[in-house]
Write a protein that binds this ligand. Sequence first.
Ligand SMILES: NC(=O)c1ccc[n+]([C@@H]2O[C@H](COP(=O)([O-])OP(=O)(O)OC[C@H]3O[C@@H](n4cnc5c(N)ncnc54)[C@H](OP(=O)(O)O)[C@@H]3O)[C@@H](O)[C@H]2O)c1
Length: 273
Amino acid sequence: MTAIGRLPASLTLVGAGKMGGAMLAGWLEAGLDPRAVTILDPAPSGAIAALCAERGIALNPADPALAAVMVLGIKPQGLEAAAVALSPLVGPGTLVLSILAGKTIADLKARLPGARAVVRAMPNLPASVGRGATGAVASAEVTAEQRAVAEALLSAAGLTEWLDAEAQIDAVTAVSGSGPAYVFLLVEALAEAGVAAGLAPEVAARLARATVTGSGALLEASPEDAAQLRRNVTSPGGTTAAALDVLMREDGLGRLMGEAVAAAKRRAGELSG
Ligand SMILES: NC(=O)c1ccc[n+]([C@@H]2O[C@H](COP(=O)([O-])OP(=O)(O)OC[C@H]3O[C@@H](n4cnc5c(N)ncnc54)[C@H](OP(=O)(O)O)[C@@H]3O)[C@@H](O)[C@H]2O)c1
């Protein structure tokens, strides 16, 4: 990946687990100077410790400096305990970028009383391979410069969409946050249907998997939208049309997906409430 905009002059990453570690890998690949990074994580993985030693990244320094940008990658339930040690590192000029599911901007400001500029983001699992989809919302105090920095950091992990209102984060959680699981389920269901249609299980699994990854690659490479790509492979009266007649009937995939996303959004609201 090439440089992607306004990477910060210095950055403190709190929690270098699955998501934090994946974001770090993206930033380094995008050209962030490793010497500009400080990692705070009481029990870093061997891979993170090795990366820090190799690239000169400060890991758990005794006296960490006030953060220009603090990225929170810990588990949401760890915020309260972590905040005690983090609060002195957050000043009025610090940009706090949080990916903590369910933690609102108000929660973050309450736990980190020095925080003014807060960006709350919801990435998804494909961020771990640089192909994420992230929804983000900025508090009123976030400057244009800080927004550009947040966008550069988030975009190292894939697509970033800015939201008008924080309440929309629950919808992002329901669409793209949880969405990878819906796609994995599609692969499972397609493979099972293939077995029912007469294929060996391993053959059906491989065909279903390659169909979804291949269709994703085609969708990405094509200037056409999903509906047009679907029409392109559907000849009137053909086999695909026969299947789509089932999937697109009134109680078909559209209705099911609507119910699924509504359920996920409701649950996201309950968990952050
Ligand atoms: N994974 C996803 O698909 C996904 C998607 C969207 C959002 N998120 C959000 O991303 C966040 C991280 O999730 P994850 O899956 O990456 O979790 P994870 O792999 O458990 O990473 C969290 C890391 O933070 C460390 N940590 C715990 N307490 C800390 C503290 N006080 N100070 C510094 N570091 C601390 C953990 O260390 P220990 O292992 O020792 O506890 C671990 O290395 C969550 O808030 C989640 O809501 C994740």
